[in-house]
Ligand binder design. Structure first.
Ligand SMILES: O=C[C@H](O)COP(=O)(O)O
Length: 241
């Protein structure tokens, strides 16, 4: 059976004080969450240490938003796998479209980061997805297939989550039609050697569309940006029906 993983990606939002306030609203709502749902908060590096202490003993797992491929070295501004695992981080987002678009992330560096995450005991959440122009040109399948082929070279598919995030649906309120997301995620699964890799949908997931998204047979969770910043809203998403 495939695992369900609901992850919030806070991106560059929330100071430590704000993250603490979020937890006070969010944690009490989780008591009813069924065991098989993994709940993850992928937060800014500066929030990780405090959240790690405050999440201890809760069902929520801690995630980072990037990891370097070396264990240590002269890489100003980067964070390594051992630095993350030491403070209790379990997941890390790799290859988010914002990293690819604004920070020069390539399939080569995504592949290096995926392998390093696994080497140091983290579960990577690999993001793939097409732009509006690529979709309109009928290139969605080719683009995603190429990303997977390059990103997953020598990656262990028994310790991996994939997020299908159509770039045009991120932060726009323009959610991908659920049946279409289900279709693309089915195509992603058909390209994997391990069919049990959890595959999430990401892109304008909200409390009012999560039930329909999670009703799709191929979709194993969600990677949630904006709607994960508000405790009650994210709790509703985590507690989808
Ligand atoms: O990582 C999360 C995605 O970029 C989705 O963001 P969003 O839910 O704000 O559209």
């Amino acid at each position: 059976m495939r695992k369900i993983v609901i992850a919030g990606n806070w991106k560059m939002f929330k100071t430590q004080a704000e993250s603490q306030e979020f937890l006070e609203g969010f944690l009490p709502t989780l008591q009813q969450t069924p065991d098989e749902r993994e709940v993850v908060l992928c937060v800014p590096f500066t929030d990780l240490s405090a959240l790690s202490k405050n999440l201890h003993g809760s069902v929520v797992q801690l995630g980072a938003q990037n990891v370097h491929w070396e264990e240590s070295g002269a890489y100003t501004g980067e964070i390594s796998g051992p630095m993350l695992t030491e403070i209790g981080v379990r997941y890390v987002i790799v290859g988010h479209s914002e990293r690819r678009q604004y920070f020069g992330e390539t399939d080569t560096t995504v592949n290096l980061r995926l392998k390093a995450a696994q080497k140091y005991g983290l579960t990577p959440i690999l993001c793939v997805g097409e732009t509006k122009e690529q979709r309109d040109a009928g290139e969605t399948e080719f683009l995603i297939s190429t990303q997977l082929e390059k990103d997953l070279v020598d990656v262990d598919q028994t310790n991996l989550v994939i997020a299908y995030e159509p770039i045009w649906a991120i932060g726009t309120g323009d959610t991908c039609e659920t049946k279409e997301a289900n279709r693309v995620i089915g195509l992603i699964r058909s390209q994997l050697t391990n069919p049990n890799v959890p595959i999430q949908y990401g892109g304008s997931v909200k409390p009012n569309n999560i039930d329909e998204i999670m009703a799709q047979p191929e979709i194993d969770g969600a990677l949630v940006g904006g709607a994960s910043l508000e405790a009650a809203g994210f709790a509703r998403i985590v507690n989808y029906k």
